[in-house]
Structures are given as structure tokens and as C-alpha cells.
Design a protein around this ligand. Structure first.
Ligand SMILES: Cc1ncc(COP(=O)(O)O)c(C=O)c1O
Length: 439
């Protein structure tokens, strides 16, 4: 008989592999069991309050329990959650996404960013009738086989020389790596050379326009657009993080570069499972079932379906989220918080004599302990990982929940900013004597 009073951590350890829901673990064994969220705050089961920079891995851009989302979801749950057929919420949301995202003539909803990206790649491969995809080392496009190569989770010590792709997970067939090549983010000359060498085999180029928390150098995206455009190679923006977050029109609007296909997710979901692949009609129309999936011999059909695609609950949440995001001043506030956070973190590291790079763009920030500029996977991986863990742990102990990158939401205000910087300063002051003694 199991002990029903066993603390949740023990139950999690017994029933969840590693006691976790995914890959997120907190440093130095810090224990956190979430029980609720409100605005910019997340609460543990002891009802202790933390400023939340994880915000559902970026999926709660309005902050937890935003009244407009709560109301829309509550209303919809009484009307039905999932129909697997066109419905009023999904159609209205498709129109809104297509209106907002510059490359989006048409939209197909899915439940996760990983799904959206795998379909984007399938669409590019179907369109070009080629197999090879170029990605950027250190990017993350989801869990699917092709994406888990040369990703953020690559081991920097064993990663293969560019452009060869390395497999980052057991269980992925080795031939998958042969369908992918990798380029260094922000290095347009090397990228150009790789594209020139492989152009006849390339089905597409996929990237995060803001790779993890590393911003594109001025001109990088524009030049990549020019090179791929001139060679007729489809460009895919993984905007699962940047879509509706950097600007209402995502990175395409923010950086002024428009791809053929884009994937959006997290930011417009209001915390419910929702993502979309969208793009130019010439790509998206391959998803039209009238092309005859059943019994057809057409090699132009692209198969794609899902039980929860366009489910009314997620779409109602998305519609309510977008309505809030469209309010004047939203993006100025989101981006200005991010900028101030990065600036004040930089000052705080400098005042404490810590060599650190603070990077990011808009409402997405990160830091790396190195004196070299962080421009790509390798320069970030060269940072002092132990120091980063110690700082994240110090922040957790001071009620700042920022376990990997820092996403700020619409609900984050000057009050949370000041509290974050105070906690960072205290953390560094506590760590510094230990570091100095150790050196
Ligand atoms: C840029 C990017 N693409 C894709 C994904 C995968 O999205 P999901 O976790 O919804 O499958 C993520 C998730 O963190 C992401 O950050």
C-alpha cells in the first residue's frame, strides 16, 4: 500500500522519470513544486511566492491567470473543448494569425512548437523535393528526430565539426544526421560558403531568428534572406519564442525579414497547448486534403493532422491573448522591461567585479559568465557553467524563479525589476567571497 501522505517530491521521484516533467532541473537540488500562479508570480505548495521568469517556458506572455484569458477559457469550456472539425474559434484565430504574421497567407494549428517545426520542414522538403536541411548549431526546434541534432543540447566537447550534424539523443537513427547540416549562428560568411557548397541538395534553412537568448548581429538575417532568396531555398523561421513576443508580427516585423514559412507557439497560447505553422500559400496549400490523400498517387500531398489541432479551448485562449497583446503600448512595455533588466544586470555584474555577458532581445534575456562576446553556441558553451548554476541557485533562494533564460511578461513591472536586481546583487555578494577564496 502506498503512503498517500508521502511528500509530492517523493511521489514525483517514484512515478516520473528523474522526478521531472521534462528536462528542467533546478541547481544544487533546489526543490520547487508549483501549485499556482498569478501575474508575474509563481507559488509553490507552501504558498511561497517567487517572481516568475519561466512563465510556463514563455507560454504565459500575459502573466499567470490573466483575467481576459480566464474568462475566455471558462466561457469556452462550457461550450465544448475539442471538435476535430472547423470551429468558430479556430477560424477566427487563423485569420488573426495570418493578419499579424507577415509571411502567413495560411495557417495550420497544432499543439506544440515541436510539431509545428516538423511540419514546416516537411513542407519545405515536399516543395523542393529535396531532403537536406541547414540549421544553426545550438538552436532548439523541438524534440523531433531531425531537430535533436547539433542543438542547444549538443555536448560542446563532442560536437562534430561544422557543417556535420551531431545527434543529441539516444534513440535517433544515425542516418537522420545525414539529412541535416549545421552552420554557426551569426557567421554569415561561413553560412554562405556552406549554402553554396550544398545548394543543389538543400530543401530549406531553419533558424530561430533570436537564437535562444543570442540576438542576430545587424545584417545577419537580412543577408541570409538574400542568399536563400537568390538561390530559391525556402527560409523557415522558428518563431515559437519570438512570434507575438518581440512584436505582434514577431521577429519578421521586429527585424524586418520575411521567410517563406514560420512556426509560432508559446507566446500566443495563453498557457494552453497551441502552436501553428504558417506561410506562403504555395507551401501551405500542399496541406489541402482535396489534393487527395486517400488513394491518391500525388507526390505533392503533405500529410498532417492531429486530434487536438485547432481545439476550441486553446484557440479561445489564443484569441483572448492576442486581443490583449494588440492593446497600445504592450510591446513598448515588454521590450523596455527586457532592455532595463539586461542593462541593470550588466551594471550589477560589473559593480561586483564579475565577468559576464548579458544577452537577449525584447522580452527574452540570458547571461553567460565569460569575458568573450556571446554570438553563437560555442561562445555561449565556453562560459562558466558552475558559476551560472550558483547564480541561478542564489536567485532561487531569494525568490526569483529564473531557472534558465529570463522571459518577462506583460505582468512584470518596475517593482519586480527592482526586486530582481536586489536579489542578484545579494547573490553575487554572497558568492564572491567564496569564489575569491577558491581562486
Ligand atoms: C525556439 C523553439 N522552437 C521550438 C520549441 C518546441 O516547442 P514545444 O516545447 O512547444 O514543442 C521550443 C521550446 O522551447 C523553442 O524554444
Amino acid at each position: 500500500m502506498r503512503n498517500s501522505d508521502a511528500p509530492l517530491f517523493e511521489i514525483a521521484q517514484e512515478y516520473l522519470p528523474g522526478g521531472t516533467l521534462g528536462i528542467l532541473t533546478l541547481p544544487n537540488g533546489f526543490k520547487f513544486m508549483a501549485s499556482s500562479g498569478s501575474g508575474a508570480y509563481i507559488y509553490n505548495t507552501k504558498v511561497e511566492k517567487f517572481i516568475d521568469y519561466l512563465i510556463g517556458s514563455g507560454s504565459v506572455l500575459l502573466g499567470h491567470c490573466h483575467p481576459a484569458v480566464v474568462e475566455a477559457v471558462t466561457r469556452q469550456v462550457k461550450k465544448g473543448t475539442n471538435f476535430y472539425v472547423e470551429n468558430d474559434k479556430a477560424v477566427a484565430l487563423a485569420k488573426e494569425v495570418a493578419t499579424a504574421i507577415p509571411c502567413a497567407d495560411k495557417v495550420r494549428f497544432v499543439s506544440s512548437g515541436s510539431e509545428a517545426n516538423s511540419y514546416a520542414v516537411r513542407l519545405a522538403r515536399a516543395y523542393t523535393k529535396k531532403d537536406l536541411i541547414l540549421k544553426f548549431e545550438g538552436s532548439y526546434h523541438g524534440f523531433q528526430d531531425y531537430a535533436m541534432v547539433s542543438s542547444q543540447f549538443a555536448n560542446p566537447k563532442v560536437v562534430r565539426a561544422i557543417p556535420s550534424a551531431s545527434i543529441d539523443s539516444a534513440g535517433i537513427p544515425k542516418p537522420v544526421a545525414k539529412t541535416m547540416i549545421a552552420a554557426p549562428f551569426n557567421d554569415i560568411d561561413t553560412t554562405r560558403r556552406i549554402i553554396q557548397k550544398y545548394e543543389r541538395r538543400l530543401a530549406g534553412v531553419i533558424l530561430e531568428p533570436l537564437q535562444r537568448t543570442v540576438a542576430p548581429k545587424p545584417g545577419f538575417l537580412q543577408e541570409l534572406r538574400e542568399i536563400t532568396g537568390a538561390k530559391g531555398i525556402p527560409l523557415i523561421f522558428d518563431e515559437v519564442v519570438t512570434g507575438f513576443r518581440l512584436a505582434y508580427g514577431g521577429a519578421q516585423e521586429y527585424y524586418g525579414v520575411v521567410p517563406e514559412i514560420a512556426c509560432v507557439g508559446k507566446s500566443f497560447s495563453g498557457g494552453l497547448p497551441l502552436a501553428a505553422v504558417c506561410g506562403k500559400a504555395e507551401f501551405m496549400d500542399a496541406l489541402d486534403p482535396q489534393k487527395g490523400y486517400y488513394g491518391s498517387t500525388s507526390d505533392e500531398r503533405v500529410f498532417m493532422t492531429g486530434t487536438f489541432n485547432g481545439n476550441a479551448l486553446s484557440c479561445a485562449s489564443g484569441l483572448a491573448t492576442l486581443k490583449e497583446l494588440r492593446k497600445p503600448g504592450t510591446y513598448e512595455a515588454l521590450n523596455s522591461y527586457g532592455e532595463k533588466l539586461r542593462e541593470r544586470m550588466r551594471e550589477t555584474f560589473a559593480e561586483n567585479g564579475i565577468k559576464a555577458q548579458v544577452h537577449g532581445d525584447g522580452a527574452v534575456s540570458g547571461f553567460t559568465f565569460t569575458d568573450r562576446e556571446v554570438v553563437d553556441f560555442r561562445s555561449e558553451a565556453a562560459g562558466d557553467g558552475k558559476m551560472k548554476e550558483d547564480v541561478i541557485y542564489g536567485l532561487l533562494k531569494r525568490s526569483i524563479f529564473a531557472p534558465y533564460k529570463l522571459y518577462n511578461s506583460v505582468a512584470h513591472t518596475e517593482r519586480e525589476l527592482d526586486a530582481t536586481i536586489t536579489a542578484l546583487d545579494e547573490t553575487l555578494k554572497a558568492i564572491n567571497p567564496i569564489r575569491i577564496a577558491a581562486n
